[in-house]
Design a protein around this ligand. Structure first.
Ligand SMILES: [Fe+2]
Length: 249
């Protein structure tokens, strides 16, 4: 019996609706490095939760920004190696990789010009903007990054309030080949009803390329369950060209 016929006969399996989301490309599961997991125990709980929900590989993306001045590529890489060794020791069988979530702030350009950027896949770079305004250098940086071969993945575009009244701005970014990564929790109204509304609009317009948990803590599990169970998640995975599984290997 092939895999698909098995899945079709077991519609309650989470994989049925999440089959194009088996790689999570945005999370804060590495402990003691940013505002994510606070202990190895919490980290293991978070990974276990993701595995129960069909995730087979996690690309951990700790914050790199002026708000986390200690986080260099070297620090993240060394924490990741310890994290990976602990997973192995605990016999937790999940694929893991590491990159970072870069805030486009006054410190970013220096990292870019030094070539000091942690990416995943073939030069995919996860970036975020500040919640309330777009950095004045963002447009120029986008051009320069893409000219240098980076594929730009904008983390949670639905969360930026300055885009909510400027829907053409989303289209402009898509025209510039920016990939959009939607947060699972934006499928609920946990952030705000405006964020949820923007998420619906992006899904309706088939602009979403990647799904990310952006998971920070185990206290969020109930909200993820709500997101997975909702009609919006089903619509997102069915109608948008979700590319998470491109990073499975
Ligand atoms: Fe994040």
């Amino acid at each position: 019996m092939g895999l698909f016929s098995f899945i079709n006969k077991n519609k309650s399996l989470p994989q049925q609706i999440k089959s194009n989301y088996t790689v999570d490309i945005h999370s804060h599961v590495i402990p003691h490095i940013d505002d994510g997991a606070i202990s190895t125990e919490e980290s293991n709980q978070m990974i276990g939760f993701m595995m129960q929900n069909g995730i087979r590989k996690i690309i951990a993306t700790p914050h790199i920004s002026l708000d986390f001045p200690k986080n260099t590529s070297e620090r993240i890489t060394s924490h990741f190696e310890r994290f990976k060794a602990k997973l192995l020791k605990a016999a937790i069988d999940i694929g893991v990789d590491v990159a970072a979530e870069y805030m486009i702030d006054d410190g970013f350009r220096t990292l870019f010009e030094k070539g000091d950027l942690l990416t995943f896949g073939n030069k995919f770079l996860l970036v975020e903007l500040s919640g309330f305004s777009q950095h004045p250098d963002f447009s120029a940086l986008l051009f320069e990054l893409q000219s240098s071969g980076y594929h730009i993945v904008l983390a949670h575009p639905e969360r930026y309030t300055f885009f909510h009244d400027d829907l053409p701005a989303y289209k402009a970014l898509k025209d510039r080949e920016v990939f959009f990564q939607m947060n699972l929790l934006s499928l609920t109204d946990i952030y705000s009803s405006e964020v949820n509304k923007a998420a619906k609009w992006l899904i309706e317009n088939q602009m979403v390329d990647f799904i990310g948990s952006d998971m920070h803590h185990q206290s969020q599990f109930a909200f993820y369950k709500k997101a997975f169970a909702g009609k919006l998640f089903e619509k997102l995975t069915r109608t948008n060209a979700i590319k998470n599984n491109d990073f499975l290997d």
